[in-house]
Write a protein that binds this ligand. Sequence first.
Ligand SMILES: *Cc1c(COP(=O)(O)O)cnc(C)c1O
Length: 380
Amino acid sequence: MQDKIWLSPPHLSGNELQFIEDAFQKNWVTSIGSNIDEFELSLKNFLKNNTEVCTLNSATSAIHLALIMLGVSKGDEVLTSTFSFIASANPIVYCGADPVFIDSEPDTWNMCPDVLEEAIKDRLSKGKKPKAIILVHLYGMPAKMDEILSIASKYEIPLIEDAAESLGSQYKGKPCGIFGQFGILSFNGNKIITTSGGGALVCHSLEDKNKAIFLSTQARDAASHYQHSHIGYNYRMSNIVAGIGRGQMEVLDDRIEARRKMHDFYVDLFENIDGVDVFSEPNTDFFSNHWLSAVTIDEKKTGRTYEDLRLAFLESNIESRPLWKPMHMQPVFSNAPYYGKKIAEDLFKMGLCLPSGSNLSDEDKKRIAKVINSFFQNKK
Ligand SMILES: *Cc1c(COP(=O)(O)O)cnc(C)c1O
């Protein structure tokens, strides 16, 4: 059996160990230290736009803290993209609040501005003003920010950007993660850069950053003894893990370029295959990091489904993965309100994420091309 080709494996720079070693040598084996300071600073310098970054143990924690800092609590409603990984919705439930799911639009696969406004109007007519919006930039593709921001400000609902998949993506030249009151980043093992596991809350004031640090380190009041006036969490990133992040930030630009090249590789590969579309930016306002390359397969035109292709890849020991199953279709959220026209449902029925790692060799690409070419040739 040939080696496994993974969907999105970690890709280290080689310098990560040096930063970890530094932390060991200085004995900063804890949740403070220069790796955290430097990692946060490099993220801030990357994002610019008056950001302050608080690194945490996951993006899930970051979403939870963002909701808490926006005052979301029991019985509140939070609007969020149905087409996403479950981590963008779960923290709503941690707050005792209720998710309301919003469908995608076909250009970016992200939250549809029209459906968002329709949902807000309907919730308002029922006497419930949504407390926040969690907007996801799926697979690195920026959402339609102008439209979403204008609706959020028209109805005065704060926006949280789940940019877990879109570090390095841009909308009209500005980085994903800076548009909302809060932005969320993930450094999970499969993301464009990784710390093995980790995340960050992107804030727009030092006050918010300090509040996030306070809440993520058990909310200890300023006193020599242990005194607490708030409920806190143990969500801060460790200085060891942040060392990996420092090494990864040195190569973030390379990783973005490599993922975008993987997308181009698939565009070329599928160019002459009728009925298969490679998920691509609608126009130059959108710059995707192409964290994951994805295709949709028209079953009528090709006589094939995404599952057929997934199994063909599997036979050659290559990992691929169905698109996210929409949240309103998940058993755990079966009672949650949903607004839309089943765009995400249709995408889910025809889409597949393809191996997208920044460290795929030419040999790996040949293996991938071979599976795809023979899969679609056999058919016709
Ligand atoms: C990965 C991911 C998360 C969660 O990230 P963790 O760091 O693993 O908690 C949240 N939202 C989206 C869209 C993701 O892809």
